[in-house]
Ligand binder design. Sequence first.
Ligand code: 4HU
Length: 422
Amino acid sequence: MNLSPPRGTRDFFPEDMRLRTWLFGHFREVARLFGFEEYDAPVVESAELYVRKAGEEIVDQLYTFQDKSNRDLALRPEMTPSLARMVLQKGGALGLPIKWFSLPQCWRYERMTRGRRREHFQWNLDVFGVDDVTAEAELLAALVTLFQRLGLGAEDIAIRLSNRRLLQAVLADAGVADALFAPVCVLIDKLEKIPRETVEAELQSLGVDPGVINRVLQVASCTSLHEARGLIGSGDNGLDEIQRLMDLGAAYGFADWLRFDPSLVRGLAYYTGTVFEAFSTQGELRAICGGGRYDRLLSTFGGKDVAACGFGFGDAVIVELLKDKGLLPDLPAAVDDVVFAFSEELRGPAIQVTRSLRAAGRSVDLILEEGKRMKWAFRHADGAGAARLVLLAPEEWARGVVKVRDLVSGEEHEVTPEELVS
Ligand code: 4HU
């Protein structure tokens, strides 16, 4: 029997779990600071929730299967469709706006495996019902707060920022039909990963003139909002929204983290406005997180649209980055007390002492093995990361006291069980 977890998945041994709990603690605390409420949904969803025809990688890599009733199911590859389903399910009963967050495990399945991961945990923050970049500004403020709590600053992280309406204006100008906007965005996003000829051939098969790439690349190469305005002029092109978001960023104090980057598109079909992603300024790693505005997702599920934006932040790249920068915390196992009965006759009293320590809120590791010696108990307490070793020995117990050794200072005292908890 192969004892490894399935390909692309991870076991979390206690030391791994300590790191995960630490990171999730920061995710949850930042969400709390910004007034987001936690929600969850099943990791298994109906496969139809992810039927989108824009050629997205996330849909190509769907982890699908049939259950025993031949239902077509999928492991969720992202949380947004589940969230949209939940919002639609409540109909008008949800008081908008809502600010919700989640920490789902998300899955992908690639037939071609290049040692890539098939699951990750992704912190999701979303706002429904705010049709204004004030919502994106709040999301970005939460993101920057998270980075700062992890010890990262604007010198470590840059947030690329653009707006899909910029590309929409370019495509409308080039005569590309509205219905092709999403698939063309997904293709343009692939320009960063696959050869231009392949993208051009796929544009052609959509019925789009492959020559539009020239104009797209020209706009994408702008290095300032001013330059972009000069190139595409005024009108409904997202540039004003980007400017307002940057102004809001200045009010929040994170403007120096932002970089206008018109080459940013992102690979998800449903974005309609703002798009952003954060990456290491040292640049070797993939994006740390990404998000944007998706005001028209609900109507793709047959519902009435509600303005929405959000981001997803995976647990993998951030940990690599923190490791590279020496910012991962040392998280040893730790308990408050180890309790050791020197002889089996004292197990009953040791259990009583343990119960009172636990009732007082202390974490206690009671030695369960019989016949262990003092030296063994010391080594065990050390390995458990205990602050104190509480020893019950016959002569001391007869006098109504226990020995307590402070494992940091090395000091040893005789105290009553009552004194142990005070
Ligand atoms: C994605 C989705 C699910 C799981 C993993 Br690992 N990655 C795409 O970023």
